[in-house]
Design a protein around this ligand. Sequence first.
Ligand SMILES: [Zn+2]
Length: 219
Amino acid sequence: MKKNINIIIMGPQGSGKGTQARFLTKKYDLQIFETGAILRELAKQDSEIGRKINEIINVKGDIVPWDFMKERILGQKLDQLDRDKGVIFDGTPRIIEEVEFWSRKLKEVERKIDYIFYIDVSKDESVRRISSRKLCRENSHPLIVGKDLSEDETMCPICGSEVYRREDDTPKKALNRLKWNEENMKPVVEYYDQQKMITRIDGERSIEEINEEILSYIQ
Ligand SMILES: [Zn+2]
């Protein structure tokens, strides 16, 4: 297998792509590029850009406009990555305008996308998973209420740190994002489909099964 593989992992929220991305990051010593995490991190900052993003994603539960974030946020972040290491893009690109931006940007930094995985789950399953998930503060372990911990448990069963629900994980905000996703991701997926670049993965199975399937395509 070649060194420095670059992977895009896509799928609706709640598809488990974050879990798979983290797994692949460890397995192949990759850097993770997650638009959502970059934005959530910025939203905590007391700066002009931080307050603006917080207002959009946490207060309104909206999607950050592409024009606002491309060069100032994402372009900069990409430039900061270690050029000797591969990258996994988690949830990027999200809209068709991004596809062009990323192919240009990636060429600039001499990266080529080797694999694109689309993890597919139904809308019902997606909403159900989003409204039942929590994260732990220290390691962002994804935890499912009713499976990994009970509703009133406050500590991560893996590392013992405090667990919380993401501010934007209410069913209403989740549905809002899913609807947005459906409309905007479709052309992106179609585009990569035409290039015969996408591998579709059935996401309504166990984490291990999904993981094994992904690895079978890489190795
Ligand atoms: Zn934890």
